[in-house]
Structure formats: structure tokens, C-alpha cells
Design a protein around this ligand. Structure first.
Ligand SMILES: [Fe+2]
Length: 409
């Protein structure tokens, strides 16, 4: 049939094509704009992560240095403050024995506060990190002379207040002065990271003081290490202590010596302490980890080894911690050890650690059912796990079925 074009259609056609072309160009523009936006955001995150890791490495190195506690605080807070490019001044006050003591400062005018004591009611520790730009807000947490010095003298600025928890119920408040900028995606990320860095500094500081006071490694310090980790990540709560309990019960069933069981207990209790160096957003990420993130998580074995290896009398325990993610078939990390090259205690911890992780909810997976857990253990005999240890553990579970079915979270 012959097509007949009317006058009206002939006039409309270029307009329709014009509109389609315009919409297409608009869509293309939006896609390009969105792509650029996402790329910029990724670059910002990468930059923040790089600065975070640099600061973390500095702080971890300082933790093992032979320097006074005061110097440790000064130098690690300095590293932390340089995480923000534009923070030049800070002050840390710690509440101990009924008084607030200013223990570390940076900045010419702030320095005169050092060693001053304040009354209990002078500071209020907020629950979360705060970014404050007005005097009224700041006065809720800080004494007026500090607010004057940090916020209202000189150029318009803002203060960041970070709460800190130390052991033995001491708490602290870290105040940083920053030029005023509007709250942005980047600032929000930086505040989260700074909060984590401050927590790590507080843990290391407490650890150093406790170790010094006790003169040697002690059970309560190990518990304190574990608690620090639990404070850092709620998902690890109770995990280390359960792993230590399962490991020692299994060690006893295997007829190991008292000395080996003692090592097993400490290593199991501290096996994940190196995770304190892994950014929280990675530890608590609900989905799969990306390549770089997984590589960072894997470092917790070496970081745990580094922390413990510098403590007198802990070298063997540090070695077990280092190897608790090796696999029997040699495909584990960090050193790819195989079979009996892996210390016996680390092979035991590998089984009970996985058992506890399968039995409880984690950020990336719901708890498995009893049958699924048993299947995983059996399927991984000779692959991930030492087959003899799995056999012994299965026997133990048969005898004490509550270990398998009782939910502990
Ligand atoms: Fe681990």
C-alpha cells in the first residue's frame, strides 16, 4: 500500500527528531556528569584511606617504640591530626582520679593549658565525634576558656571533639581546631576515620601503661586487648573468649600438655587482635569485600603477630596468631604454610574459629544451621582444616551437643 504523508506529519517530523535528539543529549550529559561525580568520589575515598593507613602505620610503629607514654601520645596525636590536612592545633584531656588533666597539646596558644587541671563538671564527653562551629554548641561540652581559645579567638573556625575510652574507666576528650568548612561527604568520612584513629591511640596508650605497671604480660591485659577489639567492632563481641574456650576444651580432649593448652588459650583469646588495624567500615561491611579490602583484612594476622611479638615472653603465642589463617592444603595466609608446618595450636584455632563464625551472625552472613556447620567441617577436612583435628572436634560435638546448637550471641 502506498504511504501518503500529510502536511501536518511532514511539519512534525523534524520537531519530534529534534526533541528526541535533545533528550538523548541530556541523558548523555547526565551519564557523563554522574560518571565524573562517582569517579571524583572514589578518588576522595582512596585519598582518605591512604592518609588513614599512613597515620595508622605511624601510630602502630610508635606503640612499640621505646619512648615515654607522654611522647607516645604527643607523636601519635600529631600523626592523627595530620590526617586532616588543615588541623594545626589540638588538646587531649583525660579524666582520672576525679580530675581532668590536659596531657597533650599542640599549638602555641594551646600549649599553656598543658598540665592544667579542670574539675569533673568542666568537660562533658559526647557519645560520638562532634563537629561544632558555634560557641553555644561547644559550651555544652567544653569549659568557656577552652571554647574561647579554640573557637572564638582569631579566625572563624570549628572544633572537632572526639570522645576516648581508656581502660580502668578513664575517659578522655580530644579537641581539634579546624578552619570552618561546610559538612560534606569528604568531611563525614574523615571524621569517621579520625574517630577510629583516636580509639586505636587510646587502646595502645592504655596497653602501654598497663604493661608498664604490671611489669609483664598478665591475663587482665589480654582481656583488655580483647575488650579493645570488641569495643572497636561489635561483631567480635564474645567471639575471642568463645574461641579460647572451645580451643582449650579441644586441646584437653586431644591430651595436649598443660603448657601447650596454656599457649593455646592465650593465642585463641588474642587471635584477631590485629583487626584493630583494619578500618571498621571494612570489618562491618555487609556484602562481599573488594580485592583491596580483603588484602587489608588478611593483614590482621601479621599485625597481630607484630603487636604480640614485641612483648617479652609472647613470641610463641605471636607465631600462633600469625598462622591461624593458614590452610592445611597450603592455600592460606600469610605464609602459605602446609600441613604440619603450621603450628598445632594454629590448626586447632583455625577449626574452632571457623566453627564459632559459622554458628553466629556476622556482618556478611547469617548463622548457619547445625547440619550445615557439620557439613562444612567435614567437607573441609584435609583442605582448610587438619583432618585429625576435625575428627576430634566432631567427637567433642557429639558428646556435648549444646556446643553445637546453643546460640551465644
Ligand atoms: Fe582471624
Amino acid at each position: 500500500m502506498k504511504m501518503v504523508r500529510t502536511v501536518g506529519e511532514a511539519t512534525l517530523e523534524p520537531i519530534v527528531w529534534g526533541v528526541i535528539g535533545f533528550l538523548f543529549a541530556l541523558l548523555l550529559d547526565m551519564l557523563v556528569f554522574r560518571g565524573v561525580f562517582i569517579e571524583r568520589r572514589c578518588r576522595k575515598i582512596e585519598d582518605i584511606n591512604r592518609r588513614f593507613i599512613d597515620a595508622l602505620e605511624n601510630i602502630s610503629n610508635l606503640a612499640s617504640c621505646d619512648i615515654s607514654d607522654e611522647e607516645f601520645l604527643d607523636r601519635s596525636l600529631n600523626s592523627m591530626s595530620s590526617f586532616f590536612a588543615d588541623v594545626g592545633e589540638y588538646m587531649l584531656s583525660i579524666f582520672e582520679e576525679g580530675k581532668w588533666n590536659v596531657v597533650s597539646t599542640k599549638g602555641k596558644n594551646i600549649h599553656r593549658f598543658r598540665n592544667l587541671k579542670f574539675r569533673e563538671e568542666d568537660f562533658t564527653v559526647p557519645k560520638d565525634t562532634k563537629f561544632l562551629s558555634t560557641e553555644v554548641e561547644a559550651l555544652k561540652y567544653l569549659p568557656s576558656r577552652i571554647v574561647r581559645e579554640f573557637l572564638t579567638s582569631g579566625n572563624r573556625g570549628a572544633v572537632i571533639i572526639i570522645p576516648l575510652r581508656f581502660f580502668e574507666n578513664a575517659e578522655g576528650i580530644l579537641i581539634l581546631r579546624k578552619p570552618y568548612v561546610r559538612m560534606s561527604f569528604q568531611l563525614k568520612e574523615e571524621l569517621k576515620m579520625a574517630h577510629q584513629l583516636a580509639r586505636i591511640i587510646a587502646s595502645f596508650y592504655s596497653m602501654r601503661r598497663l604493661l608498664k605497671r604490671m611489669g609483664k604480660f598478665h591475663k587482665s591485659v589480654a582481656i583488655a586487648f580483647t575488650r579493645a577489639m570488641e569495643l572497636y567492632s561489635v561483631y567480635t563481641k564474645g567471639h575471642s573468649e568463645r574461641v579460647a574456650r572451645y580451643a582449650t576444651t579441644l586441646g584437653e580432649k586431644m591430651g595436649l600438655s598443660r603448657e601447650t593448652i596454656r599457649r593455646l588459650f592465650w593465642a585463641a583469646l588474642l587471635h584477631d587482635i590485629g583487626k584493630i588495624g583494619v578500618p571498621l567500615y571494612i570489618l562491618e561491611k555487609p556484602g562481599n569485600l573488594e580485592g583491596g579490602e580483603y588484602e587489608l583484612v588478611k593483614k590482621h594476622t601479621v599485625w597481630g603477630w607484630e603487636i604480640l611479638n614485641q612483648i617479652e615472653g609472647m613470641a610463641e603465642i605471636a607465631k600462633i596468631v600469625r598462622h591461624h589463617h593458614e590452610r592445611y592444603d597450603g592455600r592460606g595466609y600469610p605464609d602459605g604454610l602446609m600441613g604440619e608446618e603450621i603450628p598445632l595450636e594454629a590448626r586447632i584455632i583455625a577449626v574452632v574459629d571457623s566453627f564459632d563464625a559459622m554458628k553466629n551472625d556476622t556482618p556478611y552472613r547469617k548463622a548457619l544451621r547445625a547440619q550445615e556447620i557439620l557439613k562444612e567441617l567435614v567437607d573441609n577436612k584435609g583442605k582448610q582444616f587438619d583432618p585429625m583435628i576435625v575428627e576430634m572436634f566432631l567427637e567433642l560435638l557429639k558428646k556435648d551437643i549444646t556446643m553445637l546448637v546453643k546460640r551465644e550471641n
